[in-house]
Each structure stands twice: as C-alpha cells, then as structure tokens.
Write a protein that binds this ligand. Structure first.
Ligand code: GCW
Length: 628
C-alpha cells in the first residue's frame, strides 16, 4: 500500500517538475517521504519528513542555544525552539552542516502594498496580502470598508501565504511589514486589523512576526481628532488605545514602521515637533507589549531650501541623536539618495552613533531595470557592508519584490534577490558568489558556471549601461525606468530633475560635493571624508557623484573622462550581449518555460541597454564635444 502511494507521489512530482513556472522558487524539493524524524512535532519535522532525502533526523530542543541559531551534527539538528529547528531543517535541506546563528534579531521584509492590491514600485503583479473583494480602488475618500469587502484568505490565497512563509523561513526572514510606508490610515481600522490577525496566524508557525506601516495623521483621519500633534494628550491616548486593540488581536505584533514628513506624508514636523518627539510618542504606546518603532530617515524637500538633497537626512536628524526611546530604531536606505544602481554609503550611519540603526535595502529593482532586467543585487549590499560595519546595525529591512505573479518576482532571476537578501540578513559576511551558487543549485538544478558569471557581472553591467562613474538619477520622470538625461521641469522639485544631478555643461560633468561645492563630503567619517573630497583620491566609481570634472580630465587608464564615459556605456551593452549568448548556450540544460521567459527578458534588457547608451551619449556629446 505504502509503495503504491509513493509511486503515485513520485508521478505527481514528476509532472509538477516538468511544469517549471518558477512558482516553487528555490524550494524545488521533490517529495521523497523517506526520513524518520524524531523529536517535537513541528513544521521542521513535517518539511524533513516530506523532502529530506535521508533516512533519519533527530530534532532536539536545547534552551541554552542562542535565539534562532541551529546546530547540524550528523543526523541531529539542535536549536532553542521550533523556529530554530525550522531554520536548521531548511539548512539541512540545502546541504549545510555545523553551527549557524544570525547576525541580527530583526530580518524584515517591507512590502509597499496598498490596501486595494496595488504595489508601489511593485513589478510582479498585485499584492499577496490585500485586495478588495469588489476589486475597487481605495483612496482617501473611500469610507472604511466592511469586513466582507476585504478579501478573505481562503483557498489559493492561503496556500500562497503558506508558501511565502516557507520561503522566508528557509532563508531566516523573521518579520514582515504588510503595507506601504505611504500608509493609508484605514490600515488601522477594524476590518483590516482582522485581516492582519489572520495573516499573523498563518505566518506565526514559521517564526515570522507582522508589523504595520502607519500614517502619522491616523488619529485625525480615523479617530476624528483635530490634531496629530505628538505632544497632545488625546493624540497619545489614541495611539495607546490603538496599540492595545492591536495587541489584543495579535499578542506578538512586531510594531510600526513610519515614513514621516517625507514626500508629503504627515509627521511631527507639521506641529513643529522633532522626529524624536513623534517617534517617542509611538514608542510609548507599543512599549508595554514589547513593540518597536522603525522610524525612517528618508526625508528631503520642503524644509531644506537649496540644500544638496543627499545631505538633508543628516541635517534633519543629527540633532535627535541620543534622544530616541530605546525601542525606536532609525531605518535608513543604504545610500544618501535613493536606491540608485551605485551610491556611496549613506553618511547617516556615521552620524547617529547614539541611536540604534537599521539599514533599508531595496530588493525590488526600482532603479535597476525593475523586474525586466537581470540584475543580481547581492554585490550592492555587500559593497555597503564593506563601508558600514554590520555590527553597528541592529537589524535589516528589504523592500520586497514579491507579488501575485506565478513566479512571485516577475523575473526568474529576481527571485535571487529575495533569496540573497535573506541570506545576507542572516550572515552579511557571506559573499555574493557563495549566495549565487546556493541559489543557482537550488533553483536551476545544478551549478552552472556560466549562470554564475552572468549574475556576478550583472550589477556592474547595469551601472555601466545606465549611469557609470558616479552618475545618478538620470531616469525618466517618475517611472524610474528609462533614460532622460535632459529631464527638467520647471514646476517639479529640482531634486527630481536629472539635470540637477549630472550638472553637465561645456566645462565638464558631475555634482561638486567637495568642500568647494555642497560639502556633502564633510558628513563622512574619516578616512572617507578626505578620500572622497579630493578629486585625485576619489574612487572613480564615485567620481561624478562627488566632483564636477572636466571632459578632458585624465583618468587612471590614461584616457579622458569623456572617453571613459563612452567606454563604460559600451562595456555595459557588451556585457548584456554576452548574457544573451550565455543564455542561448544554456538552453539545453534549462526547462522550456523558464528558459523562454528569461530569454524574452534578456532580449528586452539588451534593447534597453542600447537605448540607455544612445540617449545618454548623444546628449552628453553635445557638451563634451563642444556643441553647446
Ligand atoms: O524612491 C522613492 C520611491 C517612492 C517611495 C519612496 C520611499 C514608498 O520612488 O515610491 O515611496 O522612495 O522610500 O519612501
């Protein structure tokens, strides 16, 4: 009887293996149902029983182990609790042995998902968490929905969330923010909190806590108060009551993420209060339940007339250093501007030494070809950790690239970025190469050297065909995809205009940020302050970020700057041409659907890379070759 069952299962798994559509991510285990698993009955035991291709596994709980750590020794996995065992089980399934513990206790995905199912900067379909049952749009004027209007989590939705949880647990992610930082106050209304409770119940067994982004003006929009001033007693009381309501539903709720006084979002600044005053008021509300506040430092604009945008976060926050409650964490993007293909690290990490900090990385490729280009992001993050010591951070957040698309991330290779984020959140000292190898083996079946080479070169290729040598933000308005180096709109904030960033003129190109310019270099700690300030020592990959450089300037390879710019664009395009060749050669080894879909995207990427080169060089040439 058991034999027949196994035969049927094998057949089923053969069929599902042939229909490779990317939906199984890197968890492409075939059912083997072989292992005898002893120890506590838990999800780790289930997963091993289903998928471990060995005879037996012992699961052992040892209270003396560090939180989330595991040890794999022979047939035994030891951990402090079931979550640790689960991490150990997935590690065993990917062939790991030995002891492992995570760098940070907070390893969190940020979903920029809106309540109507759309996703800000999402390129892989609709939200996996939210949708109205009528499919209707939700805006500020929509009344609070009835529970029945919020999509129920049944059937495939529920299955999807379980698989989302498995995927996250398999790489150690233990928290998720369910909604956009541009947050609707309705998020905190009762029908939605019910939904959050249900999502939390699905994710909890996988060791994942839920968090919410909150709108700072919620007490007005939702509570009918006349103000959201953090020093107002009624406002503080409203948040306390809201926290109580949330924790009654979800006792292990993680806390709030806040985007305040940034890009039009409300915040304490509206009442002439500081970020610390705003954050602390919220921190006091969640403190009794062990909650945290992740307060973002991504601010620029109104209050900083004329100041170089990349300096504004430090200017605005430095006075608050040391003034935050101990359950507030400042969350900052890796670079001082906005998730560009290459930026120097954000100097806020040098300036807030008495404030716990988290880094926010972007998994969704907003400025790196979205989910149409193959760009493996681990090298960017590794580069960042080369400047900002992971030991100085208390956690890490990644803006998710996940949606309802069959393959979750739009591009089959964008899955690697989700995977790499989790692995680096666990251990930021893993190399991009180690992670890519792991991912390729699990996702494509074996170690393909050519795929590895393509992935490892892809980020630098993107920098080269989009904006080499420290150029930045020369994207088309708003959609952040194609090139628009001549972009300027008089009625737009200057900080959104490409011409503001590259400053090309008849003399040269680049943004002068040394002491003779905006002096952004002075926000850096040594040795970087001096290194970046001096044109002669500034690394060439940041050259035009920090300096306005003459077109005829001699670069390290002996060629002029203008020649170098052209060489980089050409190199970027040549790299993508090579990726297309690599993929052609890989055809015999790759299943049809994934091969075809990836091939289509690579060809599209090549068109785009050529367009970037043409548009940028044609435009810059008019200055460089003295035609203006
Ligand atoms: O890069 C900008 C994005 C916005 C985003 C903002 C932020 C969520 O273009 O879409 O808003 O950053 O990080 O707050």
């Amino acid at each position: 009887m058991k034999r027949i069952a196994m035969f049927v299962l094998a057949l089923v798994s053969m069929f599902s293996a042939s229909a490779e559509d990317g939906s199984r991510l890197w968890l492409r285990y075939d059912k083997v149902l072989r292992a005898t698993v002893t120890g506590p009955e838990c999800i780790a035991a289930q997963e091993l029983r289903n998928y471990y291709d060995g005879e037996r596994v012992n699961l052992v709980i040892d209270a003396a182990m560090a939180q989330d750590a595991y040890r794999i020794q022979g047939y035994t996995i030891t951990a402090k609790n079931e979550t640790g065992l689960l991490y150990g089980a997935y590690a065993l399934l990917r062939g790991e042995t030995g002891y492992s513990a995570p760098q940070w206790p907070l390893r969190i995905l940020n979903h920029w998902d809106n309540l109507d199912g759309s996703i800000e900067r999402g390129y892989a379909g609709k939200s996996i968490f939210w949708e109205t049952s009528s499919g209707k749009q939700i805006d500020d004027n929509t009344p609070v929905l009835q529970r029945s209007e919020v999509l129920p989590l049944t059937g495939e939705r529920r299955e999807g969330l379980i698989n989302y949880a498995r995927a996250n647990a398999s790489i150690g992610i233990n928290g998720t923010v369910l909604n956009n930082v541009n947050a609707s106050p309705k998020m905190l209304s009762a029908p939605y909190l019910q939904q959050v409770k249900e999502i939390a119940a699905i994710l909890r067994p996988y060791g994942i806590k839920v968090y919410l982004s909150v709108n700072f003006a919620s007490p007005m929009a939702l509570g009918g108060l006349k103000t959201a001033d953090p020093l107002d007693k009624q406002v503080a009381a409203w948040w306390k009551a809201k926290a109580k309501e949330i924790y009654r539903l979800i006792p292990d709720f993680g806390g709030f993420l806040v985007k305040a006084n940034s890009e039009g979002q409300p915040g304490p600044g509206d009442y002439h209060r500081t970020h610390a005053q705003g954050a602390n008021m919220l921190a006091d509300a969640v403190k009794p339940y062990g909650g945290i506040i992740m307060w973002r430092s991504f601010v620029y604009g109104a209050n900083h007339k004329g100041e170089d945008r990349v300096k504004q976060a430090v200017s605005e926050f430095v006075g608050d250093d040391g003034k935050f409650r101990d359950n507030v964490i400042l969350q900052s993007k890796n670079g001082p501007l906005d998730f560009q293909p290459r930026e120097p690290y954000a100097p806020i990490f040098d300036n807030m030494l008495r404030t716990p900090q988290m880094a926010e990385l972007q998994i969704t490729q907003e400025y790196l070809g979205q989910s149409r280009h193959l760009v493996y992001l681990a090298p960017i993050w590794q580069e960042f950790f080369g400047f900002v010591n992971p030991d100085r951070l208390v956690g890490i957040a990644g803006v998710a690239n996940i949606g309802m698309d069959r393959n979750w991330c739009g591009h089959h290779f964008s899955q690697a970025n989700w995977y790499a984020f989790g692995r680096l959140a666990w251990n930021p000292r893993l190399t991009s190469e180690e992670i890519a190898k792991e991912w390729i083996r699990q996702t494509w079946g074996k170690t393909h050297a050519a795929l590895l080479s393509m992935m490892l070169r892809s980020r630098e290729a993107c920098v080269d065909y989009m904006m080499p040598l420290g150029l930045h933000h020369i994207f088309k308005f708003d959609h952040h995809y194609g090139p628009e180096p001549d972009g300027f709109k008089a009625n737009y904030p200057l900080e959104w205009c490409p011409v503001y960033y590259h400053q090309a003129d008849s003399l040269g190109i680049g943004f002068e940020r040394s002491h003779i310019g905006s002096d952004a270099t002075s926000q850096y700690a040594e040795p970087y302050r001096s290194l970046y300030d001096d044109l002669r020592t500034c690394p060439e990959e940041y050259l035009l970020w920090f300096h306005h450089v003459p077109w005829a300037y001699r670069m390290r390879n002996g060629h002029t700057l203008w020649e170098n710019i052209q060489e980089h664009y050409n190199h970027g395009v040549a790299e993508v041409e090579d990726f297309v060749r690599i993929w052609q050669d890989a055809k015999p080894f790759i299943d049809d659907q994934r091969w075809q879909e990836t091939n289509d995207r690579l060809l599209h990427q090549l068109d785009n890379a050529r367009e970037w080169r043409k548009v940028c060089l044609d435009y810059f040439r008019t200055f460089a070759e003295g035609k203006r």
